[in-house]
Ligand binder design. Structure first.
Ligand code: PLP
Length: 409
């Protein structure tokens, strides 16, 4: 689909960091799956917060505290709207996707998980969506079960349906794989899990920046993502949880903000969302996150998805012509992540040469070692695109890969 309303030059002007040279070449930033760049409005918002309204929130009667509290809570409401949650108190601010998953795994361990339970995750998960569940299985005695992936890098859905059973307590899968780019059928995954009364956590770290998320349409029990991958600041993440479930679960961390009353004998806890937000949060960064979401809304997530799809198709067409290139992750439904290797050449060496030519990609296992094991490779070269990338930059990537191949063969 051709995107008509996309003013790429204007968009690129919003990201000053893109306008620089690296090793004597104009920078081509293709490491967006690791973190996105930030538009000026987000940096301005962060600066304004610290220069004009910095204050601790929720506790003060004074003016600045109230202004800061309002700004913080406006982001919560913006996130609610952005993912179409029913209530803003279903939005819990965390430090990122990793903390959101750890929070859920930890509190499930305190109250819900029994030794006879099964925890179902997939072979394509980021380590953040593997290790917390391994820890949970370890300290509860529950069994960790893995959904395998196919040669193309899709979830083996037949196997998923076989593995689901009455003992499954929680299913945790990524919406989009960070190393393969696969878009998983999460709506179907959630519906099937609910048939056996299992809850589902969706790791949305790679989906929230690239497509419209509707947690109510998906019927997700938990949905987690990170601000820094969606044009926002680092150190901020979101855990969405259904009100009824969050109310049922015990607190995660203890401290200020999350209590109702404290005596030396016993404490009672605050209502949602504060029950899960102990201590002083990353206030300025949360406030600036709203500017990032406003910005994404202005560009339009539908425009972003269509434009990135066009970039992906263009890049795949060009790169496929390179003899000896092997793609990892060729799912039918994919986002703008391309993982590849050049036959006989280590991905790290390719990445080094690309960097010398001003092209920033990531090499290695991308925190998905089981995926690398599945394909028996040491790692991949990963080019991950965002809506501010261009076809000219894809041409630069293509030429740099050819050059790396010439030099290293
Ligand atoms: C799919 C996926 N899950 C989880 C994470 C962890 O995100 P964070 O480091 O922001 O907590 C990432 C980061 O790359 C990711 O891609």
């Amino acid at each position: 689909m051709e995107v008509k309303t996309f003013d790429i030059e204007a968009i690129r002007r919003d990201f000053p960091v893109l306008d620089q040279e690296v090793n004597g070449y104009p920078l081509v930033y293709l490491d967006n799956a690791a973190t996105s760049q930030k538009p000026t409005v987000v940096v301005d918002s962060l600066r304004d917060y610290y220069l004009k309204i910095n204050s601790n929130i929720h506790r003060g009667v004074h003016h600045l505290s109230q202004v800061a509290t309002d700004a913080f809570e406006q982001t919560r409401e913006k996130v609610r709207d952005f993912i179409n949650a029913e209530h803003s108190h279903e939005i819990i601010f965390t430090s990122g996707t990793t903390e959101g998953i750890n929070l859920v795994a930890h509190v499930l361990g305190k109250k819900v998980i029994e030794p006879w339970h099964e925890i179902l995750i997939s072979e394509m998960e980021h380590h953040s969506n593997i290790v917390p569940w391994q820890l949970l299985a370890e300290y509860t005695g529950a069994k960790l079960v893995t959904i395998p992936i196919t040669d193309e890098g899709e979830l083996d859905m037949e196997e998923y349906h076989t593995l689901l059973n009455e003992n499954t307590a929680i299913v945790a899968v990524s919406h989009i794989s960070n190393s393969l780019g696969t878009i998983n059928p999460v709506k179907e995954i959630i519906a099937s899990a609910h048939e056996v009364n299992a809850w589902v956590l969706i790791d949305g770290a790679q989906s929230a920046p690239h497509m419209r998320i509707d947690v109510r349409d998906l019927d997700a029990d938990f949905y987690v993502f990170s601000a820094h991958k969606m044009c926002g600041p680092t150190g901020v993440g979101v855990l969405y949880g259904k009100e009824s479930i969050l109310n049922e679960l015990p607190p995660y961390k203890g401290g200020g903000e999350m209590i109702s009353e404290v005596s030396m004998e016993k404490s009672t806890y605050a209502d949602l969302p504060h029950k899960f937000e102990a201590g002083t949060p990353n206030i300025g960064e949360v406030v600036a996150f709203k500017s990032a979401l406003d910005y994404l809304d202005e560009v339009g997530l539908e425009n972003i998805a269509a434009y990135e799809h066009e970039l992906l198709a263009y890049a795949m067409e060009k790169l496929s012509t390179i003899e000896g290139i092997v793609f990892h992750g060729t799912a039918k439904k994919k986002t703008s992540v391309i993982s590849f290797n050049l036959k006989g050449i280590h991905p790290y060496d390719v990445g080094m040469i690309l960097d010398k030519l001003g092209v920033a990609v990531r090499t290695g296992h991308h925190c998905t070692q089981p995926v690398m094991k599945r394909y028996d490779i040491p790692g991949t070269v990963r080019a991950s695109m965002a809506f501010y990338n261009t076809k000219e930059e894809i041409d630069r990537l293509y030429n740099a890969v050819l050059k790396a191949q010439q030099m290293l063969s």
